[in-house]
Write a protein that binds this ligand. Sequence first.
Ligand SMILES: O=C(O)CCC(=O)C(=O)O
Ligand SMILES: [Fe+2]
Length: 290
Amino acid sequence: MSIRHAEEAGTAARPAGTDVPGIREVTQDEITRFWENGWIRLPRLIDPGLVNFLLERAQRLMGPNGDANEERLGFDFETSPASQSFRSPSEVDELFQQVVHSRQLGRNAALLLGRDHAQRFFDDILLVKLPLSQREDRGQALGWHQDKNPTDRSWIYFWIPLDHVTPEQGAVRYLSGSHKLGPLWRGGACVDLDEAYRLAPRLRSCEMSDELSFEPGDVMAHCSWVVHGTDANVGDRARWVYRPSFLPADAVYMGVPSPTIAERGIHPFDVLDHPDFPVVYQPAPAGGAG
Ligand SMILES: O=C(O)CCC(=O)C(=O)O
Ligand SMILES: [Fe+2]
């Protein structure tokens, strides 16, 4: 069974670009809607059994309630007060590594971006939005923002709930179509909706996505420059989300301050050719099956 296979394989290091059982390909209809809106909900992209194994491993790293990990200063990003985070679980856990190094997530990134081109894995993070009632400093809304992108072309971000997520737990919401407006303000900077409309009046014409519920295995994908944010977790359970990111292998670093890139000796206008940003998907050679 695919689920057992994924867990058993969890101890063996495998080369980037290996297939992982239990991850499906995006459909043509999903690709079309993604490009219209800048985001897409992908029901059952991942086998729920595999997601459950990831949740168990996330809980080993962060505790059963997602609040027990000590912040590693200078390493875990300051995502507070919106969530408790654990950066780069794929560096310390083989199952996370297998999933983000899987050929399928890379290929899905290429398909969503609309160009059958090689893709790199960039980084990953666990984002646990704790109930506000329990931790006021780790469950607040995350303001409207575009993700920081230090390169010259769009990335793909997979927002992967590791457990059931309901609207009151603070799921991600998007301003549909806003990616077509390009970069609007400093990447990563979070603002309230009025300020977003003041900075970019055309955002008023972008419909806000509904707050959705998720079963384990359902995934959201979004591209660079789509404006998004989350509400607070006013529920009574922690919201577990895993968020890896991918970029085209030929994207070049534009020099936007990024310690993750610069400390690896990558200079402006270089591609991100480094073992920490492995190519996880290569298209089949011309003439081969795609
Ligand atoms: O859900 C979160 O905690 C963060 C969502 C977000 O901004 C993202 O995935 O880029
Ligand atoms: Fe974001």
